[in-house]
Design a protein around this ligand. Sequence first.
Ligand code: B12
Length: 248
Amino acid sequence: MQLLKGIKVENVIIEKAMEIGASLAGITSIAALKASPSYAVYDKRPYYDGYKGVEWKEEYKSVLVLALAHPESKPVLDWWSMKVPGFTPGNRALRDLSKNLKTWLGNELGIKAHALPYQIEFGGAFLKDAAVLAGLGVFGKNNLLVTPEFGSLVRLRGIFLEPELIPTGPAGFDPCKDCVMHCRKACPEDAFRSGTYERDLCKIEQDRLEAAFEIMDGSIMGIEEASDVIRYCRKCEIACPVGRAAAP
Ligand code: B12
C-alpha cells in the first residue's frame, strides 16, 4: 500500500467512493462480519440450496460498504428485470461504482480489492450486517438497515480490501426507540406478527408480485429491448419516517 503522509487512508477511500457516486460508505473488518448474527442464522437455515458456508480468501481483511440512495421518487431504481445488467438499474449503478473503485484502489493506492457479487451463493456477503458494523446505520424494526440520512431507502454493495483498516462503525443511533413501528403495520402479510421478521411470510407477497410482472419498454429500464419487470414490495422500508427530508 502506498503511503499517504498525514492522511488517514480510510478517509481517502470513503471520500473517493462518495465523489464517484456512493450516497454513503464505510469500512469494517471481515473478521467482525464473519462473526455477525446473519452468518450464525444462515449456517442453520440458508436461503439458497447448496450453500456451504463462507469461503473467502484469507488475504482480504476489510470490507468497504457502499450505499446508494433509492428514494421513493425514483422507484425504477429498484425494479427488477433479468435483462438489466445487475438486475435492477440501482444495482447496475452500484456494480459499476464498485468496479470503478476497485480499479482506482489498485492504481492510486496500490490496494488489492475484490468487488463482491450481490448473491450469497456466488460469494457475496451479508450487506446489512456489514453496513451496520461499518457505521452506516443500525438494524431497524423493519429488519433493514436504517441510516440517519436516508432511512432504509438505500441499496448496498461490498468490496473486500486486503489491508487491515480502521473500522468506521458501529454508529450510535437509535431511531426505532419510541417509534410506533409504521414499518411493521405497513406489511401486507403481517410478516412481523411473531415479534420478529418472518422471511416465509414476506416471500408470499414478493412471490405474488413476481407473478404480477409487467412487460415494459427498454427505455424505462435503461436497456435496448422490452422485458418482464417485477416491482418487489418495499412497504416496510417506505413506511419508515427516518431520513425523509433527504429522500422524499
Ligand atoms: C435473500 C434476500 C432477500 C429474501 C430473504 C430475506 C431474509 N432476510 O431472509 C427476500 C426476497 C424475502 C428479501 C426481501 C427484501 N429485501 Co432482500 N435481500 C436478500 C439478500 C440477497 C440476502 C439477505 C439474507 O439472506 N440475509 C440473511 C438473514 C439470516 O438475515 P436477516 O433475516 O436479515 O436476519 C439477520 C439480521 O437482522 C441480523 N441482525 C439483527 N440485529 C443485528 C444487529 C447487529 C449489530 C448486526 C451486525 C446484525 C443484526 O441478524 C439476523 C439474524 O439473526 C440481501 C443482499 C445481500 N447480499 O445481503 C438483500 C437485501 C437485504 N434486501 C434488501 C431489500 C431492500 C429487500 C426488500 C425491501 C425487497 C426489495 N424491494 O428489495 C425486502 C425487505 C424484507 C425485510 N424487511 O427484511 C436490501 C436491504 C437494504 C436495507 N436498507 O437494509 C439488501 C441488502 C439488497 C440490496 N440491494 O441492497 N430479501
